[in-house]
Design a protein around this ligand. Structure first.
Ligand code: DX5
Ligand code: ZN
Length: 224
């Protein structure tokens, strides 16, 4: 753990390294750090909860040596509680887990807080808000998926944005609402207008040769 989740009141962009060159991860992260961002989004996939495999604690622990960015880890894994300690030890600043697979969300959120990191609760596009109602106020961030998790570069699922306003009403102004999947200069202003304040973008940043320009394009699109 290095940093704290930025307080609400700002729009933060969290580039997902899923679309970066995995052979040059430290350099790729350095580029977005240089562009002035505070967070980087780490998509961990287990080939079980989602049909893809990415990376785990050993890769994150090595990246930690090269970056002081806020490590926003998104665990797309079946047993997040079982592996939480390994990710904390690797140096993540946040763990977001999926409500669909965690039998004791309150227990896991408490554990993450006791370990000094922040906690995010994630819902798949088809998961209703009722699933998080009891726990949302305990989390630091709610992550709303706007694609089916597993792969970068998919198209934005517009219907999932219907959950943003009601979740903002549910959690109030002090909890971040992050949106993940298909975020680009076209979709970013849609989700921020509805109350999201944390934007994950993979393909729209690491899929572009000029990362600074790509980040500026997303940010400028959100300014009315
Ligand atoms: C999807 C991941 C996302 C993904 C976003 O399973 O959770 O973070 O990398 O990628 P883009 O922005 O390309 O949709
Ligand atoms: Zn993600």
């Amino acid at each position: 753990m290095i940093g704290k989740l930025p307080k609400t009141g700002t729009i933060e962009i969290a580039p997902s390294i899923l679309s970066a060159d995995f052979a040059k991860l430290a350099d790729e992260i350095a580029q977005v750090e240089k562009a002035g961002l505070k967070m980087v989004h780490l998509d961990v996939m287990d080939g079980h909860f989602v049909p893809n495999i990415t990376f785990g604690p050993p890769v994150i622990a090595n990246l930690r040596k090269y970056s002081t960015l806020f490590f926003d880890s998104h665990l797309m894994i079946t047993e997040p509680a079982r592996y939480a300690d390994a990710f904390i030890k690797a140096g993540v600043d946040n763990i977001t887990f999926h409500i669909e697979v965690e039998p004791d969300p309150k227990g896991l959120i408490n554990k993450l807080h006791d370990s000094g990191i922040s906690a995010g609760l994630c819902l798949n596009p088809e998961t209703p808000i009722s699933k998080i109602e009891k726990y949302a106020h305990l989390a630091d961030m709610i992550l709303i998926m706007t694609v089916h998790p597993g792969f970068g570069g998919q198209s934005f699922i517009q219907e999932a944005t219907d959950k943003i306003k009601p979740i903002r009403q549910l959690v109030g102004p002090n909890i971040r609402i992050e949106v993940d999947g298909g975020i680009d200069p076209k979709t970013a202003p849609i989700v921020t207008a509805l109350g999201a304040d944390t934007l994950v973008a993979g393909n729209a940043i690491f899929g572009k040769p000029n990362r600074q320009q790509a980040i500026d394009d997303i940010r400028n699109a959100c300014v009315k």
